[in-house]
Design a protein around this ligand. Structure first.
Ligand code: ZN
Length: 460
C-alpha cells in the first residue's frame, strides 16, 4: 500500500493577501474615503484547493466480501427469498440524501470515478476518458465511485447530515457494522457497508458507512429505492467521510457511468447521469474568520455567524465543487433595501474538484442595519445567504459573546495557512484528479492575484 496516497491530504491554496495594493485600488475606484464612509472595505482574501479523499480495498478483503455475498445469495435463493434475475436492467437513482433542514445548495462532490486503466501507478482513465480517478503504487485501481461530503465533511458526518440511500429496490445480501468510522489514513480496518441485490441480479456495494448508522434490516430483508441504508462515514481503508459505491452485473464489476471509455458494459445505469463536471456552489457562509481546516478527523472550524454589528469585519466564503478554470463568479453584497452595496468577480485560476474562496470586509460604523444578502452568480446558478447587521439587539449566537475581529485582529491569510498547515502537509494531489488543482496564486503581496478580474464598488 502506498502510504503516501493514503494520508489525509489537504492542499492549501496559497491564501491571497490583498492589503496595500487592493485597498489602494479600491480607494481610487471609490473616491475619497471621507466621502464614502459607509462602504465596506476589503481587508483580505484567500482560498484555493482542498484535497479529495481516497480509499482502497485490499484483494484479500474484496475476496472475503465476494465469498460472503456468494454464500448469502446461495442461502437466500435456497430459502426462496431471492427471485431469479429479471432480464431488464434496473436504473439507479441518486445514492445520497441530505437530512431535512439542511438548506445549503449542495452537500457533495464526486471526487473519484472508477479507474479503467489496469496499469499503475498514476495511470488513470475514467469512463469519460479523463483522469478523475486514482490508483496506488501497490496496484489498486479505484474500483468504484466516491461521493464526498463537501464542505466540512467531518462536521457533516458528525451531524448525520447526509444519508446513504438505496439506488434501486432490492434485497440486502450483506451487511457490516461496528467498525470504527474515524479513518484518516490507509489502514487494514474493515468498513461498515451494505450490499443490495437488485431485481436484475446486479449488486450495489455501499461502503465506508458511519459506525452505528447502518440500517437495522438484515440479510434477506428488502429495501426500496431511496431508503436509508446508513450515514456517510469514514470506516475502513479511507482518508475521509465519503460513500464508495460499487456495482456488479452478473458477478462482474462494472461502472454505472455512460462514457466512451467505459469498456465494461458501456454504463448507462443512472436514471439521470449527472455531468462529468458537475460545477456548482455548495455553500455560502458569513463568519468572523476564514475557515480553519481541522486536522483529520477533527471538525473544521467554520466560525460561522449570521449576526454582526456595524464596525465588524465579516468574512464571506464560497465552497465549490468542480470549479473549472476560467469559470467566473460574480459576488454581490445586498443591503437591506436590496441595493447592491458591493460587488466583485472572481475567475477560477485552475480546475478543482473541491475549492473555496473567501473575502473579508470591514463594515464601517453607520452601515445600514437589517437583513443583508451575500449572493454569488456562478454558471446557471445563483446562490444566496442572509446575514444581519445591527438588529436584533438580543443575539443568541457567538456574535455577541465573542466580539468579531477588528481589522487588525482578523487572521491574515498567511497566518491562517501557517496555523492550520501543521500536521497536514499540503501534499500535491497528483493521484486524485487529472487536473492538479494547484493554485497559481502564490504571491502574498500581489495587488491583483491570479483569478481576479474585477473589483468594483457599486454606489448605492
Ligand atoms: Zn472509493
Amino acid at each position: 500500500m502506498d502510504r503516501n496516497t493514503g494520508e489525509k491530504r489537504r492542499q492549501w491554496g496559497r491564501p491571497l493577501l490583498l492589503l496595500a495594493g487592493a485597498l489602494l485600488g479600491f480607494v481610487l475606484l471609490a473616491g475619497p474615503v471621507a466621502s464614502q464612509p459607509l462602504r465596506p472595505q476589503m481587508l483580505a482574501a484567500g482560498g484555493g484547493a482542498y484535497a479529495p479523499p481516497s480509499d482502497a480495498l485490499s484483494d484479500t478483503e474484496r475476496a472475503a466480501i465476494e465469498a460472503m455475498l456468494r454464500a448469502n445469495i446461495a442461502r437466500l435463493t435456497a430459502e426462496g427469498r431471492l427471485a431469479p434475475a429479471a432480464p431488464s436492467r434496473v436504473t439507479l437513482g441518486w445514492p445520497l440524501a441530505q437530512r431535512a433542514g439542511l438548506a445549503d445548495p449542495g452537500y457533495h462532490a464526486v471526487t473519484g470515478f472508477m479507474d479503467h486503466n489496469p496499469n499503475y501507478a498514476n495511470q488513470l482513465l475514467d469512463y469519460a476518458c479523463g483522469g478523475r480517478t486514482y490508483d496506488t503504487g501497490g496496484g489498486y485501481n479505484h474500483q468504484g465511485t466516491d461521493f464526498y461530503l463537501w464542505p466540512f465533511a467531518w462536521n457533516k458526518m458528525a451531524a448525520g447530515d447526509v444519508a446513504v440511500v438505496a439506488a434501486a429496490d432490492g434485497v440486502i445480501i450483506g451487511r457490516r457494522e461496528g467498525n470504527s468510522d474515524q479513518s484518516c489514513n490507509f489502514n487494514s480496518n474493515s468498513w461498515n457497508a451494505v450490499y443490495v441485490r437488485h431485481a436484475d441480479g446486479s449488486v450495489a456495494w455501499y461502503g465506508h458507512l458511519k459506525r452505528d448508522s447502518v440500517t437495522t434490516k438484515g440479510v434477506g430483508d428488502t429495501v426500496a429505492a431511496g431508503e436509508t441504508l446508513g450515514l456517510v462515514g469514514s470506516s475502513g481503508n479511507s482518508t475521509g467521510p465519503h460513500l464508495h459505491f460499487e456495482l456488479y452485473d452478473d458477478g462482474q464489476l462494472t461502472d454505472p457511468y455512460a462514457g466512451s471509455c467505459n469498456a465494461l458494459d458501456g454504463g448507462g445505469w443512472w436514471m439521470a447521469q449527472r455531468p462529468y463536471y458537475d460545477s456548482a456552489v455548495n455553500k455560502l457562509t458569513t463568519s468572523t474568520a476564514p475557515v480553519d481546516w481541522g486536522a483529520c478527523p477533527q471538525p473544521d472550524l467554520t466560525f460561522e455567524v449570521q449576526q454582526f454589528q456595524p464596525g465588524d469585519s465579516i468574512t464571506f466564503s464560497t465552497y465549490y465543487r468542480d470549479q473549472l478554470s476560467t469559470q467566473t463568479s460574480l459576488y454581490r453584497l445586498r443591503a437591506p433595501d436590496g441595493s447592491i452595496y458591493a460587488q466583485w468577480s472572481h475567475n477560477s485560476p485552475a480546475t478543482y474538484s473541491l475549492s473555496y474562496w473567501w473575502w473579508t470586509y470591514h463594515f464601517p460604523e453607520g452601515v445600514p442595519t437589517g437583513t443583508w444578502r451575500f449572493e454569488v452568480a456562478f454558471e446557471q446558478q445563483t446562490a444566496s445567504h442572509n446575514f444581519y447587521v445591527g438588529a436584533p439587539s438580543t443575539v443568541t449566537t457567538t456574535a455577541t459573546a465573542t466580539p468579531t475581529a477588528t481589522p487588525t485582529a482578523t487572521p491574515s491569510p498567511s497566518a491562517t495557512a501557517t496555523a492550520t498547515i501543521t500536521g497536514t502537509p499540503p501534499t500535491p494531489t497528483a493521484t486524485a484528479t487529472g487536473t492538479p488543482p494547484t493554485p497559481t496564486a502564490t504571491a502574498t503581496t500581489a495587488p491583483q492575484p491570479p483569478g481576479w478580474s474585477l473589483f468594483i464598488p457599486i454606489a448605492r
